[in-house]
Design a binder for this molecule. Structure first.
Ligand code: HEM
Length: 169
């Protein structure tokens, strides 16, 4: 019995076990990165409001940079899940829900460009004039992009659940 167990341990189980463990670790990292991404987006929403102070502006620049880095991490871990996840890459690459999720996440990336560009412009302006503050109307305009990102994140989660459960075209 012991020999059999050892035989199994040295043979089939470790491969399978390694695959499941890799899948679990990647799943955990994916979810941690996503939670971080959502927290950072909430920070950005709270800071980017009409009447913001110059300290808020400085914090916003940091939060936005962290948001970008975390989005990169989500993509990196997501790609690792496609390649090394338990279901194999073919499952996802032929899965319409996967591509719907990729498209909505890419749209979030596009929506995040105008706020990032504005923050960079404001950072320059504040360097030249320490009292610089953006116009409330401009802040309100940028908040609309954040609203769009939040709405699309909802869609990404819907597609994520669907893609994990339904297969090919
Ligand atoms: C390039 C970006 C991304 C890639 C390549 C990617 C890839 C993946 C993969 C391969 C899985 C495993 C699904 C399965 O168990 O079969 C997964 C699960 C998941 N992803 Fe992503 N993902 C990305 C971005 C995101 C984002 C931005 C979110 C949320 C805002 C998200 C939310 C989820 C959730 C909630 C699950 C678990 C689904 C479930 O088991 O019901 N993903 N993702």
């Amino acid at each position: 019995m012991l020999v059999m167990a050892m035989g199994l341990r040295g043979d089939r189980i470790p491969d399978h076990h390694h695959g499941m463990l890799t899948d679990l670790i990647l799943a955990i990292l994916h979810h941690l990165a996503i939670v971080t991404l959502i927290v950072l987006l909430a920070f950005e929403f709270a800071l980017l409001r009409p009447g913001l102070s110059s300290i808020d502006l400085r914090r916003l620049a940091n939060v936005d940079a962290a948001y970008g880095a975390t989005a990169g991490l989500v993509v990196a871990v997501g790609i690792c899940r496609v390649i090394w996840g338990a279901k194999g890459a073919d499952f996802y690459l032929s899965n319409p829900w996967f591509w719907a999720k990729m498209a909505s996440f890419a749209a979030i990336g596009l929506l995040s460009i105008p706020p990032t560009l504005a923050l960079l412009t404001w950072r320059k302006a504040i360097r030249q004039d320490g009292a610089f503050l953006p116009l409330p109307a401009e802040v309100a305009r940028l908040r609309r992009f954040l609203h769009g990102e939040v709405a699309l994140l909802g869609l990404v989660v819907v597609f994520a659940a669907a893609m994990a459960r339904y297969g090919a075209f």
